[in-house]
Design a protein around this ligand. Sequence first.
Ligand SMILES: NC(=O)c1ccc[n+]([C@@H]2O[C@H](COP(=O)([O-])OP(=O)(O)OC[C@H]3O[C@@H](n4cnc5c(N)ncnc54)[C@H](OP(=O)(O)O)[C@@H]3O)[C@@H](O)[C@H]2O)c1
Length: 337
Amino acid sequence: MTSGTNHQIRLAARPVGLPKRGDWQFTEVPIAEPRDGEVLTRVLYLSLDPAMRGWMNEGRSYIAPVALGDVMRAGGVGKVVASKHPKFAAGDTVSGGLGVQEFAALDGAQLTKIDPKLAPLPTFLNTLGMPGMTAYFGLLDVGNPAEGDTVVVSAAAGAVGATVGQIAKIKGCRAVGIAGGAAKCRYIGDELGFDAAIDYKAGDVRKSLHAHCPNGVNVYFDNVGGDILDVVLTQLARHARVVVCGAISQYNNTTPIKGPSNYLSLVVNRARMEGMIVFDYASRYPQAVSDMAGWIAAGKLKSREDIVEGLANFPETLLKLFSGENFGKLVLKVAGE
Ligand SMILES: NC(=O)c1ccc[n+]([C@@H]2O[C@H](COP(=O)([O-])OP(=O)(O)OC[C@H]3O[C@@H](n4cnc5c(N)ncnc54)[C@H](OP(=O)(O)O)[C@@H]3O)[C@@H](O)[C@H]2O)c1
């Protein structure tokens, strides 16, 4: 028997623009007993993702919206407290869609056992987790970079972007990152080994791109959309690939999304733009995790997490993604290991 209280954060209203505190409801329920096939997990770390903003909206997408009144959807890492599923036992470390709460009772089929000896637990929400998988498959499968190609990535100091640039380097490409602020630009250049960094808040992105990509952009991995996408489109090389991963600059718009006005560059350069959703690659995650863990062990792939503590801080912490205050993968620590 497990007794005690489970603190949860539920979606109370569909936000207009940036989510406000009133869009959330804080609830307390008794910790659930796992039913047959279920696993009760204590949540340790939660992944805070730009996609959460989209899940809060009504409407058709690649995944159903979070229903009003439901616990907010979130990926996480936790420790099994009790199990009625044959594959899991108390004490196992697992990852899965645990939700913004302290305890999750879920069907064991929705959880993955992870090896805590492989890396610190927050890394399983970063390079060894969903953002890492996005970078790996988005760049390698959709971007299809060849050695010597110039790969440009936006939100380059963030979870997905930092990994894209590092994989590009591992594959023998030239990596150019676009990020906000001098500290992030120094980080991707000095610590992550990008060949060039462009501070989009400081200068003329078009001019800098031209200077750093004299032969054009072969792969653009787009995390931000909006004006930056439009500028990069003007600098494509022939047969370039534009990976549409996300458009964080547009997620809180209260007016229609700004589409690319320079898209005819795709015609001129015989280029293509292709969207991707990481979940489509789920059957291939084990291979990617194995490659990524190997690169981490070899010192070729660095992982940086920005960890904020306390479930109750979820609403304000999520907003850091949209102001650019997060420096690395944004993680909420819910309980100590
Ligand atoms: N397609 C998929 O399957 C998939 C999966 C995961 C993530 N994604 C997408 O990948 C992108 C990056 O996600 P992440 O988890 O790695 O987040 P992240 O990059 O760690 O954090 C978000 C970053 O976006 C930048 N940003 C915020 N507002 C911006 C604006 N108006 N203009 C330009 N940059 C802005 C900020 O960096 P600066 O300080 O540099 O501005 C911020 O730190 C998002 O668009 C997300 O939706 C897609």
